[in-house]
Design a protein around this ligand. Sequence first.
Ligand code: TXA
Ligand code: MG
Length: 348
Amino acid sequence: MKTKIINIEVLDESTLADLEAVASLIRSGGTVVFPTETVYGLGADALNPQAIKKIFAAKGRPDDNPLIVHVASLDDVKPLVANIPEQAKKLMQVFWPGPLTIIMEKAASIPTEVTGGLNTVGVRLPDHPIAQAFIKMAGCPIAAPSANRSGRPSPTQGKHVLEDLDGRVDGMILSADTELGLESTVIDMTVEPPVVLRPGDITLAELREILGEVAVSANVTENVVPEKISSPGMKYTHYSPKGELVVVKGSPEEIRDKINRALSHHKGKAMTIGVLASDETMGFYREGLIISLGSRNDPKEMAKNLFSRLRTFDELGVEKIFAEDIPLNNETLALINRLYKAAGYAFI
Ligand code: TXA
Ligand code: MG
C-alpha cells in the first residue's frame, strides 16, 4: 500500500489541513503513525475491530498482546472503562497528560481485539500537542502500540518509523524526535496493591508518593514470566537490535576489563564488534565501534538515546554488542528494563 506521509513540526493553520487528511484515514478504518512524548505510536480506531486487526498485521504482532487506548481528554476515559477507581483518578489528575498508562476494568464497548482477550484496558492521555490534536480530530479513542515492527526497538525518530512501516500503514505523521525515548509506565489499578507492569518516565517513587504501596512485577528486571500473565507483552522478545547484544555486569573496573578482554579476543576476526558505553567510559576501549548512550549523570538522556543507539549499531552492521550495565536506582529502572530485554537477559 502507499503510505500517506505528512511532516509536522509545529501545529498551525497550515498544518491543520494535513492533520485532518490523516485523521480522516482513522475514521475510515485505516492505520496512522503519530508522535507522542514517549515513542511513535501506530494508531487505529479503538472501537473498530477490523481497523485493530490492521495494526497487528502491520507490526507482525502476536494477537494476544493488548494495545493501549489513547484519549485526548479526561472526559474520554469514562466510556472506555467499567469504572474509574478513586486511586486511578488521582493518578490522572497528577500525571496526565503524560507517560502513564493506567489499566482498569474495560467497558463492554472495547473490542476484545484491543485487549488481547483480557477484561481490562490500558488507557493513556499523551502529553504531545500533535497527538492530542490528532486524537481529537479523529473523533474516537485511538488504540496504539509503539510504531515498530514487532521485536524491534521502539521508534523515537521519523526515520525509524519509515524503516519499519513505510508501505505497511495508511498514514504517517512525522515530527521531531520523541522527547522521552522510552514507552510509558504501565500500572495495573485493578489489583491491590497496584502493580507496575512496565517502568517508564513516571517513576516508582513518584507513584508511591500518590498511592502509598505499589508493587513491581518481577519481570521488570528478571527473566521470569509470572504464572498468571497480567501483561502478555512480558513473554515476548523486545527491542532487539539485529546484532547479538550482551550486558556486561560487575564493578566499573570489572566491566571495563571484561569488555576489553572480549574485544581483544575478537580482534582479527571478521565479526564487527560494538560497545554501548557512556560519555564517561567511552575512552576505556581501544577496539570496535564505541557508541555512547550519554552521560552517566543524566539517566533521562540515556533513556532518550537507547533505542536509536541500538538501531545505529544495526545500520553499521555490528554483529556483537557489549553493553555496560547501568547502576540500578529509581531513575534508571526503565532504562535497565529495556536494556535487559533488548539483550534477551544475556549477561557476562
Ligand atoms: O508510551 C507508550 O506506551 C507507547 C505510546 C505509543 O503510547 N505505546 C506502547 O505500546 O508502548 P505497546 O503496545 O508497545 O506496549 C504496551 C504494553 C504491552 O507490554 C502490553 O502487554 C501492555 O502495555 N498492556 C496493554 N494493555 C494491557 C492490559 N489491559 N493489561 C496488561 N498489560 C497491558
Ligand atoms: Mg512496543
